[in-house]
Design a protein around this ligand. Sequence first.
Ligand code: PGA
Length: 264
Amino acid sequence: MSALTIVPWVIGNWKMNPTGENVQTWTEQFNQLLQQQPISNESCHLAVAPTFIALSQVQHAFSQYNRTVHTVAQDVSRFPATGAYTGEVSADLLKDSHIQHVLIGHSERRELLGDHSEILRAKLTNALNAGLTVIYCVGESLTQRENGQAEQVVLQQVQDIASVVAPDQWASNIVIAYEPIWAIGTGKTASAADAQAIHEKIREGLSQITDSSAKVAILYGGSVKPENAKEFAACPDVNGALVGGASLNAESFYHIAAAFAQSN
Ligand code: PGA
């Protein structure tokens, strides 16, 4: 089963970067590039995930654009609603701030911040209850890949959330990002063929869970750059990119987005 025509997503994950001044330069440059050579809403969804403190600055800047660029939270609390949870930001508070998208399950949070599957299910439940769209990240480590376990690990990570996503929410509120951990920030990428093979398996796995598997966007992430974006964009089951390092530069991010928009 392959993907129906899915509008690709290109999402910048700024991680714990940049400062307010850089944010302003970035959003101005990106807007200029979009004005010189527009990328239509219909050809590519665009989104950026800044730190919590920059969310409203970025959101305000994007509201001046001629096209939609979504602002994405990098995380959400496992605790519901509001309450005495110092340091936390709930899904309801994101929604109140008109943030409609959130990353959940990024490998850095899984590996460095203890986000295990039970926590991820709680975060996902809260996000879905608030009506947010979740970019749910999956991916294997180098050891798992070398042991031939990549497919099994990734399918298990998808299966981990099956109990908390209603069948009709898969197509409307879930985007999957396949990010092999060994390719994140390392300059190494999965080959386009390897990415396509895993994406196909993910879609097959999804078809056991939902009738909408052909409509779920599956993004690739891990050292995506302007130089390799076209190869990934040409894969039938790679429906966009989650971009870390290269998204910190507005021009690089623009060229990656353009590659996916043109493939559509
Ligand atoms: P990278 O990061 O593009 O710097 O490899 C991707 C990610 O972590 O989302």
